[in-house]
Write a protein that binds this ligand. Structure first.
Ligand code: 13P
Length: 234
C-alpha cells in the first residue's frame, strides 16, 4: 500500500474539513493506496462523522504520559480513543521550533510502539548539509539515534529535506531514488520510506513510483490540488 499522508500542520477550519470530507466520499483504490489525514487536534474528534471509514486518521504530535495533570497536552491514549492509527514523530518543524532532539524522538517512537499506534518518523537534512554533501551522513545519524534500541518495528519513515518543505523545490527523481535505496538499507526491515517536501498534483505520481508514498503539507489543504490528487487514486 502506498501512503498518501496529508499533514495539515497548524491550518484548517471546519469549512475545509467538510470540503475535503466531501471530496473523499468517493472510495479510492484501497488495494494500492492508504490515505491518512493528519489534522490538528481539535479536528480529530469529529473526523469520522464527516469522513468515510476508509480514510485513515493521524495526529501531528502527542505527549509521552498516558494521562494526568499535564494541562494543554494530548496523550497517545486519547489519540487512540479518537481512532487515530498514525502519529507524526520528529517533524522538522517540531525539531526546529519545539527543540525536539534525537533522544526525545527516540523516546517518543518507543511510546508509540508500546501503545501500538503507528509512528511516521520524519527525517531530513538542512540546506547546509545538502549543499556540503552531508545528506547521507546526516540521515544515517538521525536514523541511528532516532531508532536506537528499536529493531524490527514497522515504522514509516518520511524523508523530508528541510529545504524542500514549503519551497516548491524538490530533489531530483534520481536523488530521491538514491536516498530511498540508502534508507531502505539502514532502516528496520519492515519500514516504509515515503517522501515529503513540495509534493503537488503534478509531481506526486513521480514520487510514488519510487517511494512507498508521500507526505504532503500545502497541497493537502488546497482544495483544487487535493481534488486532483484524490481523483487520480480512484
Ligand atoms: P509541503 O508539502 O508544504 O512542502 O510540506 C511538507 C511537509 O512538511 C509535510 O509534513
Amino acid at each position: 500500500l502506498k501512503i498518501i499522508g496529508c499533514n495539515w500542520k497548524m491550518n484548517g477550519s471546519l469549512d475545509l474539513l467538510q470540503k475535503i470530507a466531501h471530496i473523499t466520499q468517493k472510495p479510492y483504490d484501497d488495494k494500492n493506496f492508504e490515505v491518512i489525514i493528519l489534522p490538528s487536534y481539535p479536528f480529530l474528534s469529529g473526523f469520522y462523522r464527516d469522513f468515510p471509514k476508509y480514510v485513515k486518521l493521524g495526529a501531528q504530535d502527542f505527549y509521552k504520559q498516558k494521562n494526568g495533570a499535564f494541562t494543554g497536552e494530548v496523550s497517545l491514549e486519547i489519540l487512540k480513543n479518537l481512532s487515530c492509527e498514525y502519529v507524526l514523530v520528529g517533524h522538522s518543524e517540531r525539531r526546529i521550533h519545539f527543540q525536539e532532539n534525537n533522544q526525545t524522538i527516540n523516546a517518543k517512537l518507543k511510546n508509540c510502539l508500546e501503545e501500538k499506534i503507528k509512528p511516521i518518523l520524519c527525517i531530513g537534512e538542512s540546506i547546509d548539509h545538502y549543499q556540503s554533501g552531508q545528506t547521507k551522513n546526516f540521515l544515517e545519524q538521525q536514523v541511528t539515534q532516532n531508532l536506537a534500541d528499536i529493531e524490527d518495528a514497522q515504522i514509516v519513515i518520511a524523508y523530508e529535506p528541510i529545504w524542500s518543505i514549503g519551497t516548491g523545490v524538490t530533489p531530483s527523481i534520481n536523488e530521491i531514488q538514491n536516498i530511498y535505496d540508502f534508507l531502505k538499507d539502514i532502516a528496520p526491515a519492515n519500514s516504509k520510506i515515503i517522501y515529503g517536501g513540495s509534493v503537488n498534483s503534478s509531481n506526486f505520481k513521480d514520487f510514488i513510483q519510487i517511494a512507498d508514498g508521500v507526505l504532503m503539507g500545502g497541497s493537502s489543504i488546497d482544495i483544487a490540488e487535493i481534488t486532483k490528487i484524490y481523483s487520480s487514486l480512484q
